[in-house]
Design a protein around this ligand. Sequence first.
Ligand code: SAH
Ligand code: DHB
Ligand code: MG
Length: 224
Amino acid sequence: MTQTQWTAVDRYISDLFVPSDPALDATLEASAKAGLPAIQVAPNQGKLLMILAKMQGARRILEIGTLGGYSTIWLARALPAGGRLVTLEADPRHADVARANIARAGVADKVEVRLGKALDALPRIEAEQIGPFDFTFIDADKESYPQYLTWAMKLSRPGSVIVADNIVREGQVVDAGSRDTNVQGVRRFNAKLAAETRVVATAFQVVGSKGYDGFAIAVVAGED
Ligand code: SAH
Ligand code: DHB
Ligand code: MG
């Protein structure tokens, strides 16, 4: 199995299930033109996030790591009228590109891009009592994933869903001795999520146009 094959199958899936979408196409084009790294979720993964948020009936969504707003737009499309999404981005250039993309996609009224380090923004979000969030997507710097989990829990309610991207890192996640701080970050995150008694959680590997990686998903217990 090769990257070529994974890409071909992702194209097959996207051709079937994720037809060309002017706003999302323009988002990818503008992000590439601005020199942003092409590390946004794949189209079928973006649609998965939208489906998960819809299944959840999410009215308030928190995203940690905006980049050019590609996953943001997918998630915003899951929101009902009056729904709200707050997305956190440390890089002002990324935030600018994202704001333009989000406006072009017609979801600016639902989305707030907050510029600054997520670990500075999260305590403010708690103080402002914008939460609890029904759905949180963790996708920023991997070193801070364990802390992002702490905050996601703090800003959740029973029944809230938490999803994290990039928790497999081309399989490097099984290397306990890895000197890659990203790998150590996701390892600590996975261990912490697995030990968290207030959630039901799992993780899975994904191959596709974006290579070999994976997602973790958790639902906060105690709703019923
Ligand atoms: N969710 C996006 C991809 C995010 S890439 C998508 O799938 O479309 C990760 C983003 O996190 C980058 O834009 C990076 O600048 C941002 N980031 C890195 N460290 C951060 C921090 N400490 N706080 C907030 N954002 C951060
Ligand atoms: C990286 C970050 C991401 O969010 C992603 O989806 C892929 C790669 C990275 O920092 O390498
Ligand atoms: Mg990611």
